[in-house]
Write a protein that binds this ligand. Structure first.
Ligand code: 3PG
Length: 306
């Protein structure tokens, strides 16, 4: 059986070695398709694959149609908005993710960008410190919990909003639960976004919400660009010269924002929250084990299209 690793944004080589070992020791063949230039390359490679391991790579109905032998897709990472779940289910293809495996890497980048923002993008002028400031975490999943842990080390006051997480879990982590997203934005100097992109969350971070932030507010997005109402963000930054936006998920209007707001906005050139050797090893090897567990034993513990 063939396991295709299709990563437009490749894993670290050491992670690929680990994935290969797991796949080959199980008696399967591994094909590596990295930095592919066109969708046709993915369609060709998928055509005889029994399993595919991906990152943010798009698995849509066309890929599923082409992959006649496909049994499982594992997204090595958390968010699976890049996979057409309905089409996968219609094709009898199991879709899994690897929750938590890359979350520390994403959480650390939140603080990389937060420090840069409060030090005025390192332009040499006096900035501020994180210590003693209030951080609001939007969604208390695996990344949110790591953000809370690190924020405590900085001496920040941490609160979180997550309608799917019981208050007790937040309290146990030393985090104050808040019960509306409006309150989260209104009460915190910094807000870090960790919601997935779903029909409900798309464009949900809008002008009204952003402008609830207090003076000097910094909004940090390492989640998905789709959750931001980009026009609303642009208007908010225009009306609120005190605010900053830093993101690992470049908005479609990045050039316009950069031109209009200069150092008050920052975008990584390519999404790199999970781009560490550790995260690649954790998520990539977990994905390989999940492929083997499913192909060999039918185990589907992490299936997201049940
Ligand atoms: C995730 O959903 O796991 C993160 O956004 C990381 O995505 P990536 O594998 O494309 O870097």
């Amino acid at each position: 059986m063939k396991v295709l690793v299709a990563t437009e944004k490749p894993f670290a080589a050491v992670a690929v070695d680990g994935i290969r070992k797991v796949i080959e020791e199980a008696g399967y063949e591994l094909e590596l398709l990295e930095k592919y230039g066109s969708k046709q390359d993915l369609l060709n490679a998928a055509s005889n694959a029994d399993a595919i391991i991906i990152r943010s790579d798009i698995i849509d109905a066309e890929v599923l149609d082409a992959a006649k032998q496909l049994k499982i897709v594992v997204r090595a990472g958390a968010g699976y908005d890049n996979v057409d779940l309905a089409a996968a289910t219609a094709h009898n293809v199991v879709v899994e993710n690897t929750p938590g495996q890359n979350s520390n890497a994403v959480a650390e980048l939140v603080f990389g960008m937060a420090v840069m923002a409060v030090r005025n993008m390192y332009n040499g002028t006096s900035g501020t410190e994180l210590k003693g400031k209030r951080l609001g975490i939007q969604a208390f999943g695996q990344v949110g919990r790591n953000v809370a842990r690190i924020a405590k080390g900085f001496g920040m006051e941490v609160s979180a909003f997550d309608p799917f997480c019981p208050d007790e879990a937040m309290v146990e982590a030393g985090v104050t639960p808040v019960h509306s997203v409006e309150e989260l934005y209104a009460d915190n100097n910094y807000v870090s976004i960790h919601i997935p992109a779903t029909p409900d969350t798309k464009k949900s971070v809008n002008y009204e919400l952003i402008t609830k932030m207090p003076k000097g507010g910094v909004l940090i997005n390492t989640a998905r660009k789709e959750v931001i109402d980009e026009e609303g963000l642009q208007k908010a930054l225009a009306d609120r010269a005190d605010m900053k936006y830093v993101a690992d998920v470049k908005p479609d209007n990045a050039e316009a924002l950069k031109a209009e707001f200069g150092d008050r906005v920052f975008f990584t050139p390519k999404k790199m929250g999970a781009q560490t050797s550790e995260a690649n090893i954790n998520a990539g090897i977990a994905a390989a084990h999940q492929v083997v567990a499913y192909l060999r034993d039918g185990i589907n513990k992490f299936q997201v299209n049940k």
